[in-house]
Every structure is written in C-alpha cells, then in structure tokens.
Design a protein around this ligand. Structure first.
Ligand code: HEM
Length: 135
C-alpha cells in the first residue's frame, strides 16, 4: 500500500508541474470557480508546486503565506462571496481530475482526494453564527 509521502518519488517533479498546469487550466475553464482566482496565476502555481511537493514526500520548500489567512481574504470577483464548502469541493475535484487525466492509479487518486478534503477546514472560512439583533 502506498502512502501520500510516496507520491513524489513515483511521479517526479516534471509530472507534478504538468499536473498543476492542468489543474489551473481546469479552474480557469470552470465559471463556478474561475472568478475567485487572479488573472496571473504564475506565483500561485509556484506556491502550489512547493506545497504539494512537500505533502507528497518531495522537497519541502513552501515559502508562501499562511493558508488560512490567504484564503480568508479570497472573494468572488463579481459577487464578493468568500470561499464556500461547495466551491472548495469543486476546486478539489479539479485537482483529482488532473491527477486522473495524468494516468495515476486509483490508489494515488484516493490519496489526493484525502489530502484536499483534510485541507478544507484550512481554506474555507468558518461561517460565523451571529447573535440575533437586539430587540
Ligand atoms: C483545496 C485545497 C487548496 C489548497 C491546497 C490551496 C493552496 C494554495 C496555495 C499554496 C496558495 C498560495 C499562497 C500564497 O500566495 O502565499 C493559494 C492561494 C490562493 N488560493 Fe488556494 N488552495 C486551496 C483551495 C482554494 C480554493 C477552494 C480557492 C477558491 C475558490 C482558492 C483560491 C486561492 C486564491 C485566489 C489564491 C491567491 C490569493 C492571493 O494571492 O491573494 N484556493 N492556495
């Protein structure tokens, strides 16, 4: 049985980069998620590479910002909506689709699914329960 930390040695940096390009291409083609992302995703792709490399057992060189803080500020460019659970699901699904498209085994696809699901509490801001208005 393979582990999440075995993935980097199985796929290597070249395929990881291709996967991330495909992942972002999918995001940019999906009107439900595209409006959350900046036009220029070069820096975002580089940070995503470093994060996934470390998570998959490769070099751990992530030097991006704190993920909770970054995602708490992300808004839909038209509606101003913060990241919802549904949007988090759609984004995670695009990541797994890119992994599947690259010909990864079901075992690897399942490990990547588990990875993004465990990251949802980090990237989806909490829904605040507000006190009722004073009467
Ligand atoms: C599911 C797991 C996710 C992971 C692992 C992830 C990972 C990352 C990483 C590594 C960065 C770079 C941080 C930096 O710039 O320093 C980032 C930024 C960003 N993420 Fe995510 N992300 C996830 C989900 C999402 C979702 C669901 C959305 C929105 C629909 C989103 C939108 C963004 C945007 C717009 C930025 C750039 C923010 C900025 O530069 O101001 N991410 N993410």
């Amino acid at each position: 049985m393979i582990k999440q930390s075995d993935i980097y040695s199985l796929i290597g940096p070249g395929l990881l980069r291709t996967l991330i390009d495909d992942f972002h291409a999918r995001l940019s083609l999906d009107p439900r998620v595209e409006p959350y992302f900046p036009d220029d995703t070069k820096r975002l792709k580089a940070h995503t590479f470093d994060l996934l490399s470390g998570a998959f057992g490769g070099p751990d060189e992530y030097a991006g910002r704190d993920l909770t803080a970054v995602h708490a500020e992300v808004r839909h460019r038209v509606t101003g909506t913060p990241i919802t659970l549904t949007v988090g699901y759609l984004v995670g699904n695009h990541l797994v689709s890119a992994v599947m498209e690259a010909g990864a085994s079901m075992e690897i696809c399942n490990l990547v699914t588990l990875l993004w699901i465990t990251m949802l509490p980090v990237v989806v801001p909490r829904v605040e329960v507000q006190a009722p208005p004073a009467s």
